[in-house]
Ligand binder design. Structure first.
Ligand code: PXG
Length: 465
């Protein structure tokens, strides 16, 4: 058996990591100098690193470990499936039981007439599928000129060329020739950062109407679809005003534009319902799924599409697919994950107990002198750091400078909380218990206090002009 070398001292692992391992979204030289933190084990909501530190993982891995770490049932489902049928493809008129069972289960769980699943290996791949699917759908409908997809600035839809183009991350578009043609971006519904003196609900309508203006500018006959996350995750947990989604839905309906809800983060209980679309009464034509589908135990993603889209797509051969579309081991793991979410009533418990408790505690952090707002929806939350609460001011320093200071304090206090610019964000496992939420809040408060002091000492408590 090949041993994984986690018996080595941390420094040796870090040296090997720096020598051979290229990390996503990471400045390699800076990391090599510091040394990566090496995670060796996890259970429940707790991570252990190679030095034996135990940390509360308030990010659920990367927004994905919904059922928590260490569930043997998933390991057993994977082992069973590997022994029985480790791989077979779903191309060329073949199928297998795990893919069939998972597709049927997803059709049962998904709202409305979303009854058909195209599998992928990740959220990025699924969104690439969506780009080609909606364009092919309209071509099949006799409207091949409808190839524009409208998305939003600061959206995250993945990191492949297609999905990264859908996303609205300026830093990503600056590298590697993105975005691809015919993707347009409107502004995000981020009231705290961009709403100024406008009332939040009026601002929500204003930002939604940018979609209508964009459709009119481009011509409705050219627009295939609008894509958005119900709550933006990687953009910094941007919870839209309540007025936003009903207006978006109206605009898509009136102009006959397909609506793609990217549920990669919001799906599988994160917002207190099975899907974020249910939380916001969105009626999508396509949902992108990944992450919580398998609680991250195995890589899998997909697109769940409506009866209408499936009918049109099934009338042609869609020249598209991945070797690992419907990978049997990933499907078996996902099925077991969904069984646990359902039988242990985890989503219901989130809605009725944990999310309300987390909200109450999270909002106490708004009293901290450096916190401008404490936003939360279900089990995803954000703190906007500010040098001046009342004016919602940004820091004069480069965005992310103070956020990074705070993140480092969190890590040293055994709390994994991420920063997006100067917003601190959480997305803990859905199974987090009340006493663990108390610990999360205590560690966050201590980290904020320390970060505030460091920010002052470094002369960074300055508002941008
Ligand atoms: N859509 C959404 C809404 C996502 O959040 C993807 C698609 C792409 O999924 P894959 O499986 O291809 O990564 C995501 C992924 C972060 C971070 O820093 C967020 C994601 C991935 C990596 C980092 O918050 N989200």
């Amino acid at each position: 058996m090949t041993l994984i070398t986690n018996h080595m001292p941390t420094a040796e692992l870090q040296a090997l990591d720096a020598a051979h391992h290229m990390h996503p979204f990471t400045h390699g030289d800076a990391l090599a100098q510091k040394g990566a933190r090496i995670i060796t084990r996890a259970h429940g909501v707790t991570l252990t690193d190679s030095d034996g530190n135990e940390m509360l993982d308030a990010m659920g891995g990367l927004w994905c470990v919904n059922i928590g770490y260490g569930r043997d049932e998933l390991a057993e489902a994977a082992a069973r499936q590997m022994r029985e049928l480790p791989f077979y493809n779903t191309f060329f008129q073949t199928s297998h039981v795990p893919a069939i069972a998972l597709a049927a289960k997803l059709a049962e769980l998904a709202p409305g007439d979303l009854n058909h699943v195209f599998f992928a290996g990740s959220g990025s791949e699924a969104n690439d599928t969506n780009i080609r699917m909606v364009r092919t759908y309209w071509a099949q409908m006799g409207e091949p000129e409808r190839n524009v997809i409208i998305s939003r600035k600061n959206a995250y839809h993945g990191s492949s060329v297609g999905s990264g183009s859908l996303g609205g991350m300026a830093g990503m578009h600056a590298q590697g020739g993105m975005p691809i043609p015919d993707i347009h971006h409107i502004d995000q519904p981020y009231w705290y950062g961009e709403g100024g003196d406008t009332d939040p609900e009026a601002f929500g309508i204003e930002r939604a109407r940018q979609l209508e203006a964009k459709i009119e500018e481009l011509g409705a006959h050219r627009v295939a679809a609008f894509i958005a996350e119900p709550v933006q995750g990687a953009g910094g947990v941007i919870v839209p005003p309540d007025s936003y989604w009903p207006e978006i839905q109206r605009i898509c309906d009136e102009h006959g534009i397909l609506l793609i809800a990217d549920e990669v983060i919001c799906g599988f209980g994160r917002t207190g319902n099975w899907f974020g679309s249910q939380t916001y009464s969105i009626r999508p034509d396509i949902m992108t799924i990944a992450k919580g589908l398998s609680s991250g135990y195995a890589p899998i993603g997909g697109s769940i599409v409506s009866d209408e889209i499936a009918k049109v797509m099934n009338a042609c051969e869609f020249s598209h697919g991945y070797t690992y579309s419907g990978h049997p081991v990933s499907c078996a793991v996902a099925l077991e994950n969904l069984r646990i979410l359902e039988e242990e009533e985890i989503v219901t418990r989130v809605a009725q107990e944990t999310a309300p408790y987390l909200k109450e505690k999270w909002q106490t952090l708004a009293a901290h002198p450096m916190v401008g707002e404490a936003q939360i929806k279900g089990m995803m939350g954000a703190l906007a750091l500010t040098p001046h609460k009342d004016s919602r001011a940004k820091f004069a320093s480069k965005p992310g400078t103070v956020g990074y200071i705070c993140r480092e304090r969190c890590f040293d206090n055994n709390l994994v909380m991420r920063h997006v610019g100067d917003r601190m964000i959480i997305s803990p496992p859905l199974v987090i218990k009340k006493d663990e939420i108390d610990t999360l809040i205590e560690r966050a408060w201590v980290s904020l206090d320390q970060a505030e002091k460091l920010t002052r000492d470094d002369g960074l408590m300055q508002a941008a002009a």
